[in-house]
Structure formats: C-alpha cells, structure tokens
Write a protein that binds this ligand. Structure first.
Ligand SMILES: [Zn+2]
Length: 372
C-alpha cells in the first residue's frame, strides 16, 4: 500500500513537545484550541474531570479508580501520519498523557485514589464526552452449611433445582449490590447434591457484581448472614470478611481434611465382631469414579482414610465415621465402584455395601481464619 504523504501536519505546541520536538517552523504549528490531534482537551480538563466525578459520586462506596480514554480514529490516524512524516523516534501517543492528567486532577479534586486494581474503571470517550464505568466485583469470604438434601452448590442452567448460590443471591444483591447484580459462589470443593454440609461449614467466596457497598465490617456481615439464614432455613451462612480476588484462588486450591458420617446398607447380615475387618487407617487406590468420568480425567489417586470408626445400626446397616484426606471419593470408598477403589468397605467386609446417606460433619479449614 502506498503511503499518503501528509503535506503539512499541523498540530499544537503541546502535541509537538510530547513527541520531543521543541522547535518547529510556523507552518507546522496550530493553536491548541484548534489542534486536530488533542482537540484542545487539555484546556478543558476541569470540565472533563467534573463530568467523570459526577459519575463516580453516584456509584456508592468507591475508594480507588483507574482511567482510560478512547480517542477518535481520526486523531489516531493523524498522530501516526505525523510520526511517519517527520520520522519521529520514540513517538508518544496522546492517550497516556491524557489519562495521567485526568487522573491527577481527579485525585486533586476528590478523595479518590488512582490504583491499577481499582474499585471502578472509568473510560472517557473524547469524541462524545460520555463516561463508561465498570465496577470491580466485591468478594466476601464465609462458610456455608447445607441443612437439607437436594440443594446444589451452584446454579445449573435450565435446572429448577435449588442451589446455595441461588439462595444467597437475592439478599446479597439487595444488601450490597443493585438490581442487576449477580452473585457467583466460589466454593472450596463441593459436596454432592444429596449430602448435608454440617459442622463449621464449607469455606466459599461470594463474588457480587456491581456492588454499591464495599466497606463492610464484621457486624454488618453478620446482619446480612442473618437475613440470608432467616429467609429459607435450608442453608446457614456465616459471612466473615471482605477479601480480594486473589483469595478465590487460595480457597480453590486449599486442601482440607474432611470428616463424614455415613449410613451404609449391606446386602447380607453382619455381626458386630466382623466390623473389626475395617482397619482404623487405610491407604486407598482410587481410580476416577465412573460417575464423574465425563468431566474428570481417568487416573488413579492415592488417598488416606486417616481414621475410620464403625458402629452396627441393625444387622444390615452400619454407621461410619470417616476422617479422610482432601479429594477422597467417599461413596466409592464404600461401594468399591466395581473395583475402581481398592480396598473398599465392600471388599473389606465381603459384602456389597452402598452408601445410603452421607453428611460432611467437619472441614478442617481453621487455618483460613488465621489468615489475617
Ligand atoms: Zn494538540
């Protein structure tokens, strides 16, 4: 493509000096107010900043901001033509200068501080003066208990099943967000839909989009928790503190030992004495369960059952208390999953064993609370 030579690029003193050119003949010089590159924007910074501040002020609790600008294509083209025509090395675009000047002025005129990871991101459109604002979500750390069976952890598209995520969404959106706020639950692991989550609960982070509130102390969080818990009685949450996005990764990667209580049904009667066939501690070789093969790779994992206690309920029913390493599939430890988990309650007792009811009674996640 042949380059169109730009006969006499005329821009203002400010635009030349940005590119390191201090002296230039008059024919290349334009008045700042008439400059087609900067469009005299630097002369109207107060006006621009006031319109941005109006937007931030109407957005709830904000402490930090970042600023970006979108400039018309014509200005970008002109800028490149100038660099091209005069062979300017180390050419500098108008955008960073504009962003910096607006940012400095916002800090001067308000209590808001610039931050590359801000509460609010502002994009100022130079051409039409519009302000686009994008709020960073709010992240709340807490724990939840599931007190009824049949509740999923997160919502499933097209499913009518209730979820912990769905049950906390309404109150959270109402208390800290706006009508359009969405709530995303990031759990530290998950229990099956038919498993209760008891004890001190499962750690999670609730991400709330478009939050209006950001400064929430323990007392306010307790109040919100009470509202959620009073709403349905099916779950119990304990919101503990505001965290940053990084904390989602921490709880997602965390490995906690877990305690379970299981009611197990056997296909043949058993004597109390025979329960001694179950050792206190067991090293399992667990191949990915058949039921999760669709979403997980088929591989063999080593997992410790760190403590196992058993009790006879009736001749074909036993109750197990299990302390296991993170990532153990408990239902498969009981059934054996057609030999994919070895050993198993089935193989150790020489009877077909099926988990009839399962509860998580404790997640050893205490160290998360010592994080601060
Ligand atoms: Zn200019």
């Amino acid at each position: 493509m042949s380059k169109i030579k730009f006969a006499k690029p005329r821009v203002c003193k400010r635009c030349w000096s940005r590119n390191g050119i201090k002296k230039i003949s008059k024919e290349f010089m334009e008045k700042e107010s008439h400059c087609k590159l900067c469009r005299g924007l630097f002369l109207k910074l107060d006006e621009i900043v006031d319109s941005i501040l109006k937007e931030i002020n109407s957005t709830g609790e904000i402490r930090t901001f970042s600023i970006g600008t979108s400039i018309p294509k014509a200005s970008e083209v002109l800028e490149e033509q100038i660099w091209d025509y005069l062979n300017i090395k180390n050419a500098k675009s108008i955008k960073p200068e504009l962003n910096a000047e607006i940012g400095k002025k916002i800090e001067k005129k308000s209590k808001y501080k610039f931050d590359p990871n801000p509460d609010i991101k502002i994009i100022y459109n130079v051409e039409n003066g519009s302000v686009i604002k994008c709020l960073t979500p709010l992240y709340l750390y807490g724990t939840y208990n599931k007190l009824e069976r049949g509740i999923r952890q997160t919502k499933k598209k097209g499913s009518k099943e209730e979820s912990v995520e769905g049950l906390i969404e309404g109150v959270l959106a109402n208390e800290v967000g706006t009508k359009g706020s969405k709530v995303i639950l990031h759990g530290s692991g998950r229990e099956d839909i038919d498993v209760l989550m008891l004890g001190s609960g499962r750690p999670f982070v609730a991400e709330i989009t478009n939050p209006i509130k950001r400064d929430l102390n323990r007392k306010e969080l307790e109040e919100i928790s009470r509202k959620i818990n009073g709403n349905c009685g099916k779950i119990k949450v304990d919101l503990k503190r505001v965290v940053d996005k990084e904390f989602v990764k921490i709880i997602k990667r965390a490995k906690f030992d877990k305690e379970y209580e299981a009611i197990v049904r056997l296909d043949a009667p058993i004597e109390k004495e025979e329960l001694k066939l179950l050792p206190n501690q067991i090293l399992l070789m667990q191949r990915t369960p058949k039921r999760v093969l669709i979403r997980r790779a088929d591989k063999i994992r080593k997992r410790w059952i760190k403590n196992l206690e058993s009790e006879l309920v009736d001749e074909k029913t036993i109750k197990l208390k299990i302390l296991s390493q993170s990532g153990t599939y408990i239902k498969e430890f009981i059934s054996g999953d057609d030999g994919r988990t070895q050993p198993s309650v089935s193989s150790l007792l020489n009877r077909k064993a099926v988990c009839q009811q399962l509860n998580v009674t404790s997640i050893h996640s205490e160290w998360l609370d010592d994080f601060w």
